[in-house]
Design a protein around this ligand. Sequence first.
Ligand code: KIV
Ligand code: ZN
Length: 390
Amino acid sequence: MSKDIVQIFDTTLRDGEQVPGCKLNTTQKLIIAERLDELGVDIIEAGFPISSPGDFKSVEEISKIVKNATVCGLTRSVKKDIEVAAQALKYAKKPRIHTGIGTSDSHIKFKFNATREQILDRAVGAVTYAKSFVEDVEFYAEDAGRTDNEYLARVCEAVIKAGATVLNIPDTTGYCLPEEYGAKMKYLKENVKGIDKAILSCHCHNDLGLATANSIAGVIQGARQIECTINGIGERAGNTALEEVVMILKQHPTLNLDTGINTQLLYDTSQMVIDNMGIYVQPNKAIVGANAFAHSSGIHQDGMIKNRETYEIIDPKEVGVTDSAIVLTARSGRAALAFRAKKIGYDLTKIQLDEIYALFLNFADKKKEIDNDDIHEIIRTSTINYSIPA
Ligand code: KIV
Ligand code: ZN
């Protein structure tokens, strides 16, 4: 059975760029947009055109250079926003306007001082107006995660009737549990008339560390688009990490879902975003962190040397990392030391290894990580008469 494709909507340049301190200039945005296109994302959310002249220019320039992906601009449910977004997207081969409004009772009361009916009318008005400029209109129901399902379904039904092609169901505050977010998608699938005319989209924030799990729960229940960012950057605790959801779908064939992403570009793209934004990822970050394919305990290293699959579920080459790393520390065993020594030219006998290992442990207790120069030094100071490899 052929797999269903989940569209990847990258919002690194919009929701990702909202992070304090990681403002990008237009040239940097163009470099990243070009790479995202090469990576195979389906949609690039290039910015929020009305927010500043710089953002308008970036969306306009990105629209000119992107070859394959749809280019998307964000708006509020405000006429002027929609006009400006349409203007910024005019050179895009495949333009999309992403418009919407808050639908939770908290947003309706405190942000808009309005009623549910008024918000519903504004949503329909915005989609109808956006539709007069472009065919592809995505509607977001901000704070959908905390919106009453029955009302959310009414809003979705009304905006589909007005022509929305994609329905974004954001868990704006990162509040939902995976079961809850999945159940919301299921409810919409089962209760919104005309739902087959639109794609449901997951847009999850990571305030409780659940953005990836929630997005996966959403696609299991029928959503077919995930909104995400490289390295999971974004407002507060960030957005769903693109590299995580892509690799989850790839590594779990029983889900019968896949994406069009060229996974071998994931690591390099992550580095490119780090370099341009200056926002580092933690070493233990899944898929792209410095330690994602590094093994330091003796038990794990022994297993890895016998067969990589004992401790790795992803071949690092699949995500563009050259190789797994066996890191030598005071927790490493003989197998790892012999393995590294052999790599740099010493084929040690069991007796030689015993002596070197004792010296190595003394050395490693003083130093966090043992490198090749340290091994040369340890062997030179041992009783073993082993010439240093050229
Ligand atoms: O998190 C959110 O609700 C958003 C919308 C503006 C799409 O980013
Ligand atoms: Zn968001």
